[in-house]
Design a binder for this molecule. Structure first.
Ligand SMILES: [Fe+2]
Length: 306
C-alpha cells in the first residue's frame, strides 16, 4: 500500500572548487547558517527555518556537481521497508554508518537509472539553532542575505527518465504533479512526496549524474526581488530571472555559485495533492512552462550542468 508523507528532502551534498568562496556565497549571500566543519573539511549548512542539524553539505573537490541527494524518512522501519522494495526492484543498496555526517544516523544509498546517488535515512539530531516551538518568533536571529528559509528541491539531469519515474513513483511512493512530453518521449518530470509542487525533478540528458540546480525557498516575490538586488550588488552570476515558472508556478531566479553549480531561489508554487491529475506540457509550450514570462528557453537551461 502506498503511503504519503514517509519521506522528505533531507540532505544535498554538493561539490565546490574553493571552500572559502563557497562559504561566502552560501552563508553570506544566500543566507544559510554554517553549523559546523568536519575534520575532512566538509562544511554543514542549514536554513534559518529548518529544525534539523543540517540540510546542505559542501565538499571541496576538483569538479563541481552533486554527490548525492538524501531523503529523511519518518522512521527506521520505513527505511528498512524501502530497502526491501529497492532491492526487489533490482537496485544495489549500500550502507553509510551513523555519524558519517554529524548528528546523522545510518543511511542507505543506491544509484537510480539516471546515474544519481539517492540516500535515505531516519535520524538527524535537531539543531541548537532550530526555530522556537513555544510561543515562537518568526525567526530567532534576523535572516541574512537572500533570507533562504530552507533547502527546497533539486533538479537533476541524466538518462532513463522513464525508469526514474517508475522507480520514484512505484518504489518510493512519490507522485507526479507535472511533466513535459516531447514527440519522441518524456523530457522532464516533477515529483513530490509532499504537497509541494516538487521535491525532486529530472530532465532527460545523455550524461548521467548531473546537477542542474539546487533550490532554496524564499518567503515571497518581494524576497525574490531582494535576492536579485543582492546578485547585482555582489556581482553574482545570474542565469535567468526574476521570472516565474509555468510548471510549478514558482517565482524564481537561476544563478550560479562560484564553482559553477546552478542555484535557484524559489517562492510560491501550487499545492499538489496526490489525487490531482498530472499537468502535461507539449513541445510547443515548453518555453512558457519553464519561463512563463519569457515564453522561451535560454540555451543555458538545456546545456549548462555540473
Ligand atoms: Fe527548481
Amino acid at each position: 500500500m502506498s503511503q504519503e508523507g514517509l519521506l522528505r528532502p533531507g540532505i544535498a551534498q554538493i561539490r565546490v572548487l574553493d571552500m572559502d568562496e563557497a562559504i561566502t556565497h552560501y552563508v553570506e549571500r544566500i543566507g544559510l547558517d554554517m553549523v559546523g566543519k568536519g575534520e575532512d573539511g566538509r562544511v554543514y549548512l542549514k536554513g534559518y527555518d529548518e529544525f534539523h542539524h543540517h540540510s546542505v553539505v559542501l565538499r571541496e573537490a576538483d569538479t563541481a556537481g552533486i554527490d548525492f541527494f538524501a531523503f529523511k524518512a519518518d522512521s527506521q522501519q520505513s527505511v528498512d521497508a524501502f530497502r526491501k522494495r529497492i532491492e526487489a526492484y533490482g537496485l544495489e543498496v549500500d550502507d553509510v554508518p551513523a555519524g558519517e555526517q554529524p548528528g546523522t544516523g545510518a543511511r542507505i544509498g543506491f544509484t537510480v537509472p539516471s546515474g544519481h546517488r539517492i540516500e535515505l535515512f531516519a535520524h538527524m539530531d535537531l539543531s541548537d539553532q532550530a526555530p522556537d516551538t513555544r510561543n515562537p518568533y518568526i525567526w530567532k536571529s534576523e535572516p541574512r542575505g537572500m533570507r533562504a528559509q530552507r533547502m527546497d528541491h533539486c533538479l537533476l539531469y541524466g538518462p532513463n527518465i522513464d525508469k526514474v519515474e517508475e522507480f520514484f513513483t512505484q518504489v518510493l511512493d512519490f507522485h507526479l504533479p507535472e511533466r513535459v512530453d516531447l514527440p519522441d518521449g518524456t523530457l522532464a518530470i516533477w515529483m513530490t512526496v509532499s504537497n509541494k509542487a516538487h521535491d525532486i525533478a529530472f530532465v532527460n540528458h545523455p550524461e548521467p549524474g548531473k546537477l542542474h540546480h539546487l533550490a532554496f525557498f524564499l518567503e515571497n516575490w518581494n524576497d525574490i526581488g531582494h535576492a536579485a538586488d543582492l546578485m547585482s550588488r555582489y556581482d553574482i552570476s545570474r542565469d535567468v530571472g526574476p521570472t516565474r515558472h509555468g510548471i510549478t508556478r514558482g517565482q524564481t531566479i537561476y544563478f550560479f555559485d562560484p564553482s559553477g553549480n546552478r542555484n535557484e531561489v524559489f517562492a510560491g508554487g501550487y499545492t499538489a495533492y496526490k489525487d490531482h491529475p498530472v499537468r502535461v506540457w507539449d513541445h510547443n509550450n515548453v518555453g512558457r512552462g519553464i519561463f512563463y514570462y519569457e515564453r522561451q528557453l535560454n540555451d543555458a537551461f538545456l546545456s549548462v550542468v555540473t
